[in-house]
Design a protein around this ligand. Structure first.
Ligand SMILES: N[C@@H](CCC(=O)N[C@@H](CS)C(=O)NCC(=O)O)C(=O)O
Length: 218
């Protein structure tokens, strides 16, 4: 039965799972979440309690949350990539996946979402803290990332699926800067990866909608 995948090309967490799907060559039906497809949004809301995406429906089983979706793909639709390798490397991939989601993506989203809040509901303290924490996350990554090419070393894993969209957008919010050459080089390698580059290109038409204004690069 065909996998049905609900998401939007400009959404970071959609891109995280698309990278895994495309890199494995896994066939799926892309159900776009946009105003032209209200039925897709209705179906998303039936399964995802907060209306968050991406969502994967596999033979009637609905999965949301990007990491377990990729774990599900590895277990039930394996391809050439081992997203969570066995043993210590797998635990490291899992840990870095959490780091990118929680400390890079999570802090990046705070100023972005704050910009969309109505007048009088902004949280300047929370935004300043998130921006500062983004720099702490960059500093940690600068000293703890592997020598590459990828997050845990040679294999391209779940950690890189999470890193690509989170570092892509986070750098738009707070620049990584030349004082973190290892992290900047890792981001550049990710963006040069053909599958990541495809995800970035499919999101390109939507850049004018980036709430903080998209920079003229990448
Ligand atoms: N922890 C979730 C986060 C999903 C998430 O935040 N998705 C965003 C799009 S990138 C979303 O659904 N935003 C709409 C909303 O929160 O209403 C995951 O890993 O899938």
């Amino acid at each position: 039965m065909t996998l049905r995948f609900f998401g939007h090309p400009f959404s970071s967490y959609t891109q995280k799972v698309l990278i895994a799907l495309w890199a494995d060559g896994t066939p799926f039906e892309y159900r776009m979440l946009d105003p032209d497809h209200p039925d897709n949004m209705e179906e998303l809301k039936r399964h995802s309690p907060f209306g968050q995406f991406p969502l994967l429906i596999d033979d009637g089983e609905a999965l949301f949350e990007s990491t377990p979706i990729i774990e599900h793909l590895q277990a039930h639709h394996p391809g050439p990539n081992r997203w969570i390798p066995d043993g210590a490397p797998g635990r490291r991939a899992r840990f870095l996946d959490r780091f990118f989601d929680l400390h890079v993506m999570g802090n990046m989203q705070v100023p972005v979402i704050d910009r969309l809040r109505p007048e009088g509901a902004h949280d300047p303290f929370g935004v300043a803290k998130a921006r500062a924490h983004l720099h702490l996350a960059y500093d940690w990554l600068e000293t703890h990332l592997s020598d590459g090419p990828w997050a845990i070393g040679e294999p391209f894993t779940l950690a890189d699926c999470a890193a690509a969209p989170s570092l892509f957008y986070a750098d738009w919010v707070e620049e990584i800067g030349p004082e973190r050459p290892r992290l900047a080089a890792y981001r550049a390698r990710l963006l040069a990866h053909p599958i990541v580059s495809r995800a970035v290109d499919e999101g390109r038409p939507y850049r004018p909608f980036f709430p903080l204004g998209a920079p003229d690069r990448d």
